[in-house]
Ligand binder design. Structure first.
Ligand code: UT7
Length: 332
């Protein structure tokens, strides 16, 4: 049995935070942010909006495109580092909101690689014959763990969610391969020190700002480019393909310089890149499924296209997926 994507969806907060807005909050400039990161604006959740708010809306849109009902789902996976609560899983909350009573639901913690990790788990469950229909989501409200007085990090991140329906198929096409990797030796270059068992909530942990993202930007940058190249090469080699044969490359939307450096090392021309980070910033696990849904709904993906997804995130985690697109434009 093979697995293929039969629907995509995304959902973003309506509130926009521009670089001009950030200039009023920290010592930065639009010029610096655009030249160092490529980000022009990002979407930010307002009071009453949570990770599950955007995740469930993205899921509804993906379900509607695929034409299946929530009761048909066997599996719901959400990649997120900003769940609604440490427990229960946000996936269980989504299961309830959608009425997907027959699904097993759980979260995956793989930072920015969370969506491809989820896709890989769904693909494996389908290939083994264990399940037939899965909902895979990447969703984040990073704005709640960003220190809005730290110019090194607050300019980078944004909120949102993207989703895909993955179904069993007897055709050979669809998800051609997934590769997932972990390298825990650098876990402390990008992490959230507070909120777990090491630094639970206390006056000290709050005063020391342990609940905010802690990142060694320069180091993360170097590892990201190498790891994304490695993950992409694994996908190309497994499918006996050259980079020149790809129809589209959808990298994790981390930073335009990381994306360009990775594409250059792989020999992928700029016109094959799908980039939307100027509008949304880095939305971690949500970035790839939001980009996939936008490319899909903009009619940029044609039946038979070969699409490479490539991610890198805290952990470190990195991952790739090679897709042979199966949706006709009239199904979108
Ligand atoms: O999904 C993976 C998540 N993480 C990432 O993708 C992050 C990867 N890293 C990056 O994207 C980059 O390292 C950053 C965009 C975070 C920073 O860019 P950089 O080119 O590595 O800058 P830098 O940290 O080397 O800083 C250069 C200078 C410093 O000033 P001095 O020490 O040279 O005087 C910083 O203090 O830029 C300063 N700086 C800023 N200036 C204006 C840092 N942030 C800002 C800012 N506005 N927002």
């Amino acid at each position: 049995m093979n697995a293929r994507i039969t629907g995509t969806g995304s959902s973003l907060p309506s509130k926009i935070l521009t670089n001009a807005d950030l200039e009023l909050m920290v010592d930065t400039s639009d010029d610096w942010i655009v030249s160092r990161t490529g980000v022009k604006e990002r979407r930010i959740a307002v009071a009453g909006e949570y990770t599950s708010t955007f995740a469930s809306e993205a899921a509804r849109r993906a379900l509607s495109m695929s034409g299946i009902s929530p009761e048909e789902l066997d599996l719901i996976i959400i990649g997120t580092v900003t769940p609604d609560f440490p427990f229960p899983s946000t996936a269980c909350i989504i299961q309830n909101e959608l009425g997907a009573h027959n699904a097993v639901a759980f979260d995956v913690s793989a930072a920015c690689s969370g969506f491809i990790y989820g896709l890989s788990i769904a693909e494996s469950f389908i290939r083994s014959g264990k399940i037939k229909k899965a909902l895979v989501i990447g969703a984040e409200v990073l704005s709640r763990i960003v220190d809005w007085s730290d110019r090194n990090t607050c300019i980078l991140f944004g909120d949102g969610a993207g989703a895909a329906i993955v179904e069993a198929s007897e055709e050979l096409n669809g998800i051609l391969s997934t590769h997932i990797f972990s390298n825990g030796s650098h876990w402390n270059l990008l992490y959230q020190p507070g909120s777990g068992s090491r630094n639970p909530a206390s006056d000290r942990s709050i005063d020391s700002k342990l609940f905010f993202i802690n990142m060694e930007g320069n180091e993360v940058f170097k590892h990201a480019v190498k790891a994304m190249e490695e993950a992409a090469m694994a996908a190309l080699e497994a499918n006996s393909m050259k980079a020149s044969e790809l129809s589209m490359f959808i990298p994790h939307q981390a930073n335009i310089r990381i994306v360009n450096a990775t594409a250059k090392r792989l020999g992928i021309p700029m016109e094959k890149l799908f980039i939307n980070l100027h509008n949304y910033g880095n939305t971690s696990a949500a970035s790839i499924p939001i980009a996939l849904d936008e490319a899909n709904r903009q009619g940029r993906l044609k039946k038979g296209d070969t699409i490479l997804l490539d991610a890198f995130g805290g952990g470190f985690t990195y991952a790739s997926a090679m897709l042979r697109w199966q949706l006709d434009s009239n199904q979108v």
